[in-house]
Design a protein around this ligand. Structure first.
Ligand code: ADP
Ligand code: MG
Length: 346
């Protein structure tokens, strides 16, 4: 049930190898996100899938068909961009209906489908307005409607929310996710924003320098990063040298019961132990080895960001307001949630 498949795809511009050797699969109806820093090759992958670029080598399949040499017009794909790429001199109706008009559909069918699409993106009844009469957020909704109205086999999104402010972005990523799921549109989404990737995706593929670092569900990537790069890329992480003896994970003399999921497939030995900021709590009591010093606490609204020194190591904690009180500062003990840590090869 893989609907989009890239096999050994390599893309070079001159002697610049942008995509080394990429294998990628998108199941029918799912949304896969490429997440990675600017310049890592995300847009290039989208353009390869769309047919705007040809791979230097390798193959691309859509719906079981080898489209490696198929032109963009014959791939049945729509793309939604960061810059909405709308026609400013046309009404919203004509913008959304543009592709249908190119297909020479009758005017009344175009009108019906455009009205439907505008309704889906909460722009019902606004078809007669012009692009410069609506906000940026609404323009992006028009761009989305223009793609949806064509019912493409595959939808591609290139950083579609980058020009929107934080509230609109949250709003819009929910719309995208909802419509994508409602219509089961196979989608490839590109962003450099981890929160956005987690919010919209079934599967996230993390890229760096044209290579895949790791792929999985947002939960898998956050809880079980496969490398130090991934551990840090997926959020804040406290890293310790530790030892797994088959039953406990020991760091700084503190023995944490080994959770079966955390140590799945791991042999006894030395590891780098990663602990997310929310997995460490502070208490009034504990073993001597758990004693720590609270160095600072910054109120962040929904939580405190607390800096703690423990055995000469600086830790970052995130405690909600009820878990933190100032008189812990003098003599605190930390406890670590055994289910919420990960082991990396030493
Ligand atoms: P991203 O979308 O992740 O920011 P891009 O895919 O746009 O990354 O670019 C990846 C690399 O490929 C960059 O180094 C960029 O300069 C190069 N590149 C992209 N398109 C071209 C092109 N048409 N010609 C030459 N180099 C290109
Ligand atoms: Mg890009």
């Amino acid at each position: 049930d893989n609907f989009v498949v890239l096999k050994n795809v390599c893309k070079r511009f001159g002697d610049n190898t942008v995509i080394g050797n990429l294998d990628l699969e998108i199941k029918k109806g799912s949304l896969v996100t490429l997440l990675g820093p600017s310049g890592c090759g995300k847009t290039t992958v989208l353009r390869l899938v769309a047919g705007l670029e040809k791979p230097t080598s390798g193959q691309i399949f859509i719906d079981g068909e080898d489209v490696t040499n198929t032109s963009i017009q014959h791939r049945d794909i729509c793309m939604v961009f960061q810059s909405y790429a709308l026609f400013p001199h046309m009404s919203l109706h004509d913008n959304v209906g543009y592709g249908l008009k190119m297909l020479k559909l009758p005017a009344d069918e175009i009108k019906q489908r455009v009205d439907e699409a505008l309704k889906l993106v909460d722009l019902e009844g606004m078809g007669n307005r012009f692009v410069d009469q609506i906000s940026g957020g609404q323009q992006q909704r028009v761009a989305l409607a223009r793609a949806l109205v064509l019912k493409p086999k595959v939808l591609l999104f290139d950083e579609p929310l980058s020009n929107l402010d934080a509230n609109l972005r949250r709003n819009m990523r929910e719309t995208i996710r909802e419509l994508q799921q409602r219509f089961n549109i196979t989608s490839l989404y590109v962003t450099h924003d981890q929160a956005e990737a987690f919010a919209v995706s079934d599967t996230v593929i993390v890229m760096k320098d044209g290579d895949i670092m790791q792929q999985g569900s947002p939960d898998e990537l956050y809880k079980s990063p496969a490398s130090m790069f991934m551990a840090n890329f997926m959020g804040d992480a406290n890293i310790f040298s530790g030892y797994y003896d088959g039953e406990h994970i020991e760091i700084n003399g503190y023995r944490i019961p080994a959770d079966p999921k955390v140590v799945e497939g791991k042999l006894k030995g030395c590891y780098q132990v990663g602990i997310r900021p929310e997995a460490i709590l502070l208490a009034h009591e504990g073993e001597p080895c758990q004693q720590c010093v609270v160095e600072s606490a910054v109120y962040m609204g929904s939580m405190y960001e607390v800096s703690v020194r423990w055995h000469d190591q600086q830790l970052l904690l995130q405690l909600n307001s009820s878990q933190f009180n100032a008189n812990l500062a003098d003599h605190a003990y930390l406890t670590i949630n055994p289910t919420n840590l990960f082991l990396l090869a030493d």
